[in-house]
Design a protein. Sequence first.
Lengths: 195, 221
Amino acid sequence: MTRIIIALLAFIVAVVLFFGYTRAALDSTSLVKADIDRFNEALSKARELQEIKQSLLSRYNTFGSQDLSRLNRLLPDHVDNVRLVLDLDSMAGKYGMAVQNVIMSAAPDVGEETANVLGALGAQEKPFDSLTMQFSTAGTYSDFVRFMQDLETSLRVVDLVSLSIQQVNLPEEQLAGFTEPVYAYHLSVRTHWLK
Amino acid sequence: MDSKIKSSFIPKDAGVLSSKPSSKRSGSFDLLVLGSIILFVASVSMAIGVFLYVQFLDASLTSRVQQLERAREAFEPALIQELTRLDNRMQASAVVLQNHYAPTALFRKLEELTLQTVSFETMDFQVVGPNSITVNLSGRARSVNSIALQADLFGKDAAIVSPIFSNITREQGGVLFDVSATINPSSIRYVNVFANRNVREVVPAEGQPSEEDNSIPLFAP
């Protein structure tokens, strides 16, 4: 009789142990193994990325701090339009001209060339923003050309959007200081900054 | 005298029933018990094995998570962000420079092409689209022949596309006229103008400042 009970108990315990724990635990191991495989893959990619990072870092270290600073000035982080007006005025002032009637406005879309040119950057959104500024000034043609030369070669990129030149008929007493005819210039320029 | 010879030939255990069927049942019962025990031992062994395996996998998973965490820290997210922004800035700057125009190249071109007998009084320059630049001029010429010659000169130049002369009006002291044309964008694109300028300035003349001396105005904060 005892042996019957022992056999029955052993059988019941074996069955319960198998279905109650072993099978469920074995099932859960497949999930854990899948996680480990994923992590192994991620680790191997991390190693590859680390190598890429090292190579990029060594390239980055070859950039001079002056070059990086110039690049930051070429496309700054903020528009800083007040500073832009002051810089334009001082640039014009070098040639005896004054910047007047300044109007700021968000840059209208002049086609989507930039998006097309961007290509790798993604056609849907430009990485930089633009601001259009209109202003007027007056002076001789040669002074204006020198001013424009400074403007187009300035480190902070300023694109000319429109320009209108008209001769100004100044009174004789004001013309005394000029050896050349004086013109009025209405300019619309655009500047950019990194978003 | 008792005879020692057994008188009966009937075996003494003839009346006892054979126990053989009972022992057979007991044997198969033992086998069942043995099977149960083997099953029990196997089940317990398997459970222990699986338990240890689960422990091993858990330890392995934890170790991978820690390794990934360390790998993430080694990436230095702040540095990656800085490098990404620099990359964006470089690519965006290339685009901005590619679309940057040098209007003085147009002024030089007009100076070069305008006849001595022709002068311009007004000018409207407009960047209409990314590859479309228009210019409208109104001027005065000494004669209609001068306008014809001017039209010929403009027509032959690659920078000024489709010049149209209109509103030709004789007046005292000359002939008034208007010109409208489109400008070939590549002729005033800054990168092209700068490249041409560099070609001209490869060997600076003696006494002239070298390229490095031509400081670019720093036009930003």
